[in-house]
Design a protein around this ligand. Structure first.
Ligand code: GCU
Length: 719
């Protein structure tokens, strides 16, 4: 009888779960498929003992109350005594040691502040499944990992698992404005409801914190890097304080963006000169006030002297002088100052690729200890593919963090399925050859090669008020994957895709193979139909959506013509010694290999070389033909993604199926749009015949030039 009741309950829960609108993200707990695992979970949930009491354990308790009924059909039981009824022990090492002297069985001292140990512990002949951290948040991470293992069918009751993150600050950057528009956001408005804060708490804040904690994210910057000084007023501090209070049990620290001219705008001063005593006093007072509201405030994130944002250069001061002044105000409170290396100014008459190194390399060693320079993955701007940023490896005494863009500004925004993990993996694994011959970007960022003690990985968020958070369901995979890589930048995209797919679509092996294939092919597909072979920045101006290789504006505007440099003879940006010499900023090993058009990986060819349309590629075909074939391959891959998805009809949840299916239809059309527009344009310049193997485009170049993308006000850049 009891058995039937459980089956009936499981059926009800699975039906309830049927219509999936994506809100639950990867925390959409479902009945455990494997019956042995289900009964193990059933037993474990029947006696949970916490060795302490604190807000993080309360958060864990709530998570278990949510998960257990969905997974097993029964509510969890929390025991008040640690032995008889108990099956699971949860606590910090210190808590466990006080009571039972268990510290010798579980040695986790090397696992740092956020690590955890999970596995069976035998005490007086009975085995307890135990999750231990050095701090309560470690226990939280362990519990999420355990729940994920149940959900994805990989839980092993007898296995010991130890984990600790390789990066200290695992951070989301929201580009959210105070009026709730989101710069480069494609999933609705900002989830921060400033108007109704601090009085009204949207339940989304808690779900947001849960989702982040479940993938190890421990820091968020709430506001746009194109900052508004009002966020630093007392009124807004009170609002931010409420969010910080909600996030704290989940181990998440709040950062805010600091507008460099705030002393003038909200402080009534005449200057923002970082060496002016009144300015210094303003920031000290502001920062002290911030810590009164948010005692564990993370620090400031600053974009200065870039795209019109104010900064120290207005006062003939350096980035170091600007950053250090703010860092000094934060230092007594243990705060961190994050200063962005994305400097982009129209004033300098140089290849934009070179600007960050030109400004930051001479300042190496001049930044305070609590400053970290946040460097975009590539030197231009989150293009579909970029070689790694030359600042990685070029400085020895400066903390460097990496910044990725999760929101798909240049990668199809919210209509396209592009799994970004392979792109990030490519960057993280890139060999920098500095400071050691085997150094990689990951090794610099996590400190193992660079020796830096302060480490950071930041991702520009793709989250908004859309019911499914990210607009496109597969945008969730990018959020998930970013979090996982901040925890361990050496994880493979395949593993991450597998985890996310199981958590989102269940464990059916055939579905898994297909969905993973779609995900893992998607980035290369997008590169092919947008900007193959090292082309870059040829999208529509301003909105950055569809193709715009014809977009001009003269040298100063750095628009498409400036970047592809196509003329009747050839195409590509010469950044070698005969051109802008940007290649000079890399290690000698890279300079040697990449300055040779025969040796450079073809994926970066036109990034660094200007070559004749008739240049012979490795395939033996001409460059013009290869460009055509790559664009065409992109379209073919998009079509394949769509046809593979169609075979999932009936095999996965119908709401999920239809959502993605409709968007893939749009993606195929957009891939054709990119291919046709770019090839017709390049053909008009090169005057070469259209490669015969490629589908002849419908419409002419004028038609593609006339297409306009309607831009919503919220996604326009401010500058
Ligand atoms: C890109 C983006 C801007 C953003 C900038 C930045 O240029 O288009 O909207 O402000 O990056 O990273 O600061």
């Amino acid at each position: 009888m009891k058995k039937y009741l459980i089956l009936a309950l499981l059926l009800i829960f699975s039906l309830q779960n049927f219509a999936k609108d994506g809100y639950e993200l990867w925390l959409d707990y479902r009945p455990i498929e494997n019956s042995i695992m289900r009964s193990e979970a059933d037993q474990l949930f029947s006696g949970i003992f916490f060795f302490g009491k604190n807000p993080t354990y309360e958060a864990i308790e709530k998570e278990l109350q949510l998960a257990a009924p969905k997974m097993t059909g029964k509510a969890p039981v929390f025991s008040s005594e640690r032995l008889n009824q108990t099956q699971i022990w949860l606590g910090t090492r210190e808590e466990l040691a006080q009571v039972l002297g268990l510290q010798n069985q579980i040695d986790i001292r090397n696992l740092g502040q956020d690590g955890y140990w999970m596995g069976p512990v035998v005490f007086q002949g009975k085995t307890y499944f135990t999750i231990v951290g050095n701090r309560p948040v470690g226990v939280l991470y362990g519990v999420f990992d355990w729940l994920k293992s149940l959900q994805s069918g990989s839980f092993d009751l007898n296995k010991v698992k130890m984990e600790s993150p390789k990066i200290q600050l695992r951070m989301l950057n929201h580009w959210d404005n105070l009026d709730r528009t989101v710069e480069r956001g494609y999933a609705g408005f900002s989830i921060w409801d400033w108007h109704r804060l601090p009085g009204y708490i949207d339940p989304r804040y808690i779900d947001y914190a849960r989702a982040n904690a479940s993938i190890g994210i421990n820091a968020v910057s709430l506001t746009n890097v194109n900052a508004n000084a009002r966020i630093l007023t007392s009124d807004f501090m009170k609002k931010a304080m409420v969010l910080a209070d909600i996030f704290r049990p989940y181990g998440i620290k709040v950062f805010l963006t600091a507008r460099f001219s705030a002393p003038i705008e909200i402080g009534g001063l005449k200057t923002a000169d970082p060496l002016d005593p009144e300015v210094i006093a303003f920031w000290k007072k502001k920062t002290d006030e911030m810590y009164q509201h948010i005692p564990d405030f993370g620090g400031y994130l600053v974009k200065a002297n870039s795209e019109g944002q104010p900064g120290p250069h207005e006062y003939q001061r350096t980035h170091a002088e600007g950053a250090n002044m703010l860092a000094a105000a934060l230092a007594p409170h243990g705060g961190v100052l994050i200063w962005r290396a994305f400097v982009y100014s129209h004033e300098i008459d140089e290849d934009r690729h070179k600007q960050a190194n030109l400004e930051f390399v001479p300042l190496d060693g001049k930044f305070r200890e609590n400053v970290i320079i946040q460097v975009k993955n590539g030197a231009i701007d989150f293009q579909p593919r970029e070689p790694f940023h030359p600042l990685f490896g070029a400085v020895k005494q400066t903390n460097l963090g990496v910044e990725f863009q999760i929101t798909q500004e240049y990668l199809g925004q919210a209509t396209q399925l592009v799994f970004l993990s392979p792109m990030w993996e490519e960057v993280l694994r890139s060999k920098t050859f500095r400071p050691t011959p085997t150094s990689t970007v990951a090794g610099i960022v996590d400190g193992s090669d660079s020796g830096q003690r302060l480490t950071l990985m930041a991702g520009v968020s793709n989250i908004g008020t859309d019911r499914n958070w990210t607009g496109h369901l597969f945008g969730q995979a990018n959020w998930y994957s970013f979090g996982r890589l901040t925890w361990d930048p050496y994880l493979s995209s395949e593993q991450i895709a597998e985890e996310w797919t199981k958590l989102t679509f269940g464990q059916n092996p055939e579905n898994l193979v297909k969905i993973k294939e779609i995900m893992l092919d998607s980035h290369e597909a997008a590169v092919n139909y947008m900007t193959p072979l090292g082309l870059h920045h040829i999208m529509g101006w301003d909105h950055h959506y569809g193709p715009g290789p014809w977009v001009t504006g003269g040298r100063a505007d750095w628009t498409a013509l400036y970047y592809h440099r196509a003329d009747s003879l050839g195409i590509g940006f010469d950044r070698t010694f005969t051109g802008s010499k940007a290649l000079e900023q890399y290690a000698p090993e890279i300079i040697r290999a990449w300055s040779d058009s025969e040796q450079i990986p073809e994926k970066y060819l036109l990034w660094f070389h200007h070559l004749s349309w008739d240049y012979t590629m490795k395939s033996g075909k001409t460059l013009w033909k290869e460009i055509g074939l790559h664009y065409d391959q992109g379209v073919k891959s998009a079509r394949k993604m769509k046809s593979t998805w169609e075979t999932l009809n009936g095999a996965i949840d119908p709401v999920q199926y239809s959502h993605v299916s409709q968007l893939l239809e749009i993606q195929v059309q957009e891939a054709e749009w990119w291919r046709n527009a770019c090839l017709l344009y390049f053909q008009s310049i090169s005057k070469r015949p259209f490669p015969s193997e490629i589908e002849q485009p419908e419409g002419d170049l004028e038609y593609y030039k006339s297409l306009r993308f309607p831009t919503a006000p919220g996604i326009r850049p401010k500058w």
